[in-house]
Design a binder for this molecule. Sequence first.
Ligand code: MLT
Length: 275
Amino acid sequence: MFATVNGISLAYSDTREGHPVVLLVHGFPFNRAMWDPQFGSLRARARVIAPDLRGFGASEAGPPGPLTMEQHADDLAALLDAIGVTEPVVFCGLSMGGYVGFQFWRRHRHCVRAFVFADTRAAADSAEARAGRLAMAERVESSGSVHAAVETMLPRLFAPGLRLDSPVPRQVEAMMASTSPRAIADGQRGMAQRSDSRELLPGITVPTLVIVGEQDVISPGVPREMEAMAAAMPRAVFVQVPNAGHVSNLENPDWFNQALLAFLDSLSVQRDRRR
Ligand code: MLT
């Protein structure tokens, strides 16, 4: 399905029926296909909407320039509006999807019923990480190929020990390779300029699930950093996914889905108690 939002055509999947509404926001440089195991499992329990962010998957990129977290957040709010979703949503973002979540909270918090932050961080990049992103953007642009990005990122995405020629890494590699050089370059520039969101954490007052692959090694100490992030949020629970790295939802989908479903159940219990 497609909706025209903020001057571009945005692709999305939508089960159209059910409650609550869960918005699944993909990481970088992926697309909504990364949520296939969740889409199938959640649809009996919720309305599930999974967009391709601007520039990724089947969505248009819009004018050239950094793909900012602010723009993605505004696109998501406009998408919900365009398809008539009026109730606040359970915003579930993995990695870059989580960065977008913080901007969504800054700009559209009335649209948020609850959060799921998966394998992500609230902090901005270090100067070194920022420089690495800009260098990768240049490499991809000057070569006109996404090869450099795939080669750099792929080995850090999974639990150490998972062979890169096994099915999940191959699926992720194909998804990355299908992303355009422009989306990779502008996506890196957009993430490089994202703001630090740690000051938001104590004010995120909606129920929140913070979930991370026990062996997420995308950057040093991610599981501990996410544990601290959860501790700074008044209503967050922290869980670790065993046998999983950065793409925990794909590496251990059964465990990830169970945690997500239990979290959705806890939301209805809270709602019933308030009646
Ligand atoms: C992601 O999975 O979205 C990326 O690892 C985010 C990043 O590069 O910081």
